[in-house]
Design a protein around this ligand. Structure first.
Ligand code: ASP
Length: 229
């Protein structure tokens, strides 16, 4: 592992050089757009879907929710691993948001493995990116297939850095997008992985809070208020 870690910067440099040399520097602009869209998609999931769940179903203040999980957000962004963040997510959800231990330990632990909305979105995005770069025509049935395989891929992906990259082969294979796309995006995958992991981890916390409030397993007085932070 140490040898691989030491060699990674050289490998990434070689991949980027291959991309620029084979497809021209314009390809690097496409990669920058992919990174930007990945961040935008994740922010939409967090800002629209999770916030609506917290506001409408759990009936809790959205700002207090995000303040409560700020440690989990920081750790997930820096480690790019849902599994490594699991203890911090559990602590935030129980201590800061008042979710009972029984709900938190079940929902958050299960979510760290199977609830990966950021990864699912990214797999779909990367497939469309590969199809455009390599000129693959997609039909409506292909889009449906991409949605299904991306979701299954995200469920199957482990909560570790780079798991989404490996799952791309599954989605690409289902609609005939060349596997070379994986080498193409590998150089910038880590920076996207950080954001999708943050999306995955915030989703676990949002679901735990929502389930706890639906089942009456949340101590609302425990939830930190914005003034306490
Ligand atoms: N790193 C992500 C996670 O741990 C999985 C992925 O690669 O998308 O949640």
């Amino acid at each position: 592992t140490m040898i691989v870690m030491e060699l990674t910067p050289f490998g990434v440099f070689a991949l980027m050089a291959w991309v620029a040399g084979t497809l021209g520097t314009d390809a690097l602009i496409s990669l920058a757009q992919l990174v930007g869209l990945n961040y935008l998609g994740c922010l939409l999931i967090i800002g629209v879907i999770y916030s609506s769940m917290i506001k409408i179903i759990a009936k809790l203040p959205v700002v207090d929710f995000f303040r409560g999980i700020v440690d989990a957000i920081a750790v997930s962004y820096s480690t790019a691993s849902s599994n490594a963040t699991l203890p911090v997510t559990l602590r935030c959800v129980e201590r800061n948001l008042g979710v009972s231990n029984s709900v938190a330990s079940f929902v958050v632990s299960l979510g760290a493995t199977i609830n990966m909305n950021g990864t699912a979105m990214y797999l779909g995005l990367a497939t469309l990116f590969g199809a455009q770069i390599f000129g693959v025509d997609l039909t409506f049935a292909d889009y449906v297939l991409i949605s299904i395989t991306s979701t299954l891929g995200a469920i199957g992906a482990a909560g570790i850095p780079g798991a989404g990259l490996i799952m791309m082969a599954l989605v690409f294979g289902s609609v005939g997008v060349p596997l070379e796309t994986i080498a193409f995006v590998a150089g910038v995958d880590r920076i996207m992985d950080m954001m999708r992991t943050t999306t995955n981890v915030s989703g676990d916390a949002a679901v735990a809070v929502t389930v706890a409030s639906m089942t009456g397993e949340i101590d609302r007085a425990e939830m930190i208020s914005a003034d306490d932070v």
